[in-house]
Design a protein around this ligand. Structure first.
Ligand SMILES: Cc1ncc(COP(=O)(O)O)c(C=O)c1O
Length: 403
């Protein structure tokens, strides 16, 4: 018998990965593909990681860890948050398999099938997939590229609130836009959450990658703490996405207890990831300061190079490592396909992500792409130059004319 659930059928292929076969065949034809499609950076993780892994080579206990997390890992998160001025009890903090699992836990804990969560689009696409699997509806407030993805005003959020609304999700700094939320915007979200008694899901995966200052966690704003579930991760902060280590934290006891029961259903997060977390979190600042400077430099390179390309629209990212570009084309996916199948410059081409799938509202973002600056500056400069050349070549072909 062949059965696929209707929830699973709602899933779309990841916009970040779906052009993989085309990139592979370009590579087989001898074309070097400069990959700006995925947020998987080229930077070396901190040296402390390798020292820790060498020590862990002697580890002989591979039993399940507690569902609530290994004590060393939980207290490392607790101390890390203390340094940010955030107070959590140990039972408020549950290590997870990356932020991805924390997102899943938060949705499970807060929403039943048919419930709604207000989000800001464009947004990290995995939220769409995870919500679809749980039959939770994401109701989007649209942030626009031409407005540098600023919040259009509180009433845009309020008009989406229904009896089924359970939470507002905020990703700060943001993927895919690189937006760092302004205190004024965050306060608006908190005020609405308080007024309508909604939870806040705060994804602060990119907390340390902020070019304009230090990201103030939403939990340190008045009135947010008791209604927020915090999603966090080491993936980007320490350039170790493959270690799959993250956390979910909330001071709300009912949610903590519920999340622990959910965590028990998956037994435990991996031991190695938790021990690595314990070792790295204590010395977070030195490494994260270095990568912040590097990403800021790369962002400036990308901006400078993009400004040389005519007809495009760009935003000014202030954090994370992404850049959105509006292209003078009808269909960015068609352009990406062209770049991977028909175009190369000196045997090189570029792979970027189409933005349409980062939106929930159909039809939005069709002419937009996202660049992840996961290559060093020289390569990035070259990649953006190739993108510009590709765009000119694409526009010259009649069938691709934007008419
Ligand atoms: C906003 C956001 N949240 C969560 C994740 C997932 O992180 P993790 O690797 O910890 O699962 C990502 C990954 O790109 C992300 O951009």
């Amino acid at each position: 018998m062949k059965t696929v659930s209707s929830r699973a059928q709602k899933l779309i292929a990841s916009p970040i990965r779906k052009f993989f076969p085309l990139a592979e065949s370009a590579r087989k034809k001898g074309v070097e593909v400069l990959k700006l499609n995925i947020g998987d950076p080229d930077l070396m993780p901190p040296q402390a990681l390798f020292r820790t892994l060498a020590k862990l080579a002697k580890l002989s206990n591979f039993n399940y860890a507690p569902s609530s997390g290994i004590e060393l890992c939980v207290s490392a998160w607790q101390k890390y948050y203390q340094k940010l001025g955030l107070k959590f009890e140990k039972e408020n903090i549950i290590p997870t398999v990356g932020a991805s699992e924390a997102i899943q836990f938060a949705l499970w804990a807060l929403a039943d099938p048919g419930d709604e969560i207000i989000v800001f689009e464009p947004l990290f696409t995995n939220y769409k997939a995870l919500a679809a699997l749980l039959d939770v509806k994401l109701r989007p407030v649209t942030l626009k590229l031409k407005d540098n993805f600023q919040l259009p005003g509180a009433k845009e959020i309020v008009r989406l609130i229904t009896k089924k609304t359970k939470a507002i999700l905020i990703i700060n700094p943001d993927n895919p836009t690189g937006k760092v939320w302004q205190p004024r915007e965050i306060k608006e979200v908190i005020d609405i959450a308080r007024k309508y008694n909604l939870a806040i899901i705060a994804d602060e995966t990119y907390r340390e990658i902020n070019f304009i200052g230090q990201t103030k966690s939403i939990l340190s704003y008045n009135g947010a703490k008791e209604r927020t579930i915090l999603i966090d991760s080491l993936s980007k902060r320490f350039t170790i996405p493959g270690m799959r280590t993250g956390v979910i934290a909330t001071t709300n006891a009912e949610w903590s207890q519920t999340i622990l029961k959910i965590a028990m259903a998956r037994l435990s997060a991996p031991t190695i990831g938790q021990l690595v977390t314990a070792a790295l979190l204590g010395n977070a600042r030195k490494y994260t300061d270095e990568i912040r400077i590097e990403y800021k430099k790369r962002s400036a390179v990308v901006q400078t190079e993009l400004k040389k390309i005519s007809g495009i629209t760009i935003n000014q990212p202030q954090g994370a490592f992404y850049q959105v570009v509006g292209l003078p084309v009808k269909d960015a996916e068609d352009f990406i396909r062209f770049m991977l199948t028909e175009f190369s410059h000196r045997k090189k081409t570029v792979w970027v992500s189409p933005m349409a799938d980062f939106y929930i509202t159909p039809g939005l973002g069709k002419n937009e792409i996202r660049l992840a600056y996961v290559l060093e500056s020289k390569k990035l400069r070259e990649a953006v130059e190739i993108l510009g050349r590709g765009l000119v070549a694409y526009q010259k072909t009649f069938k691709h004319l934007n008419i």
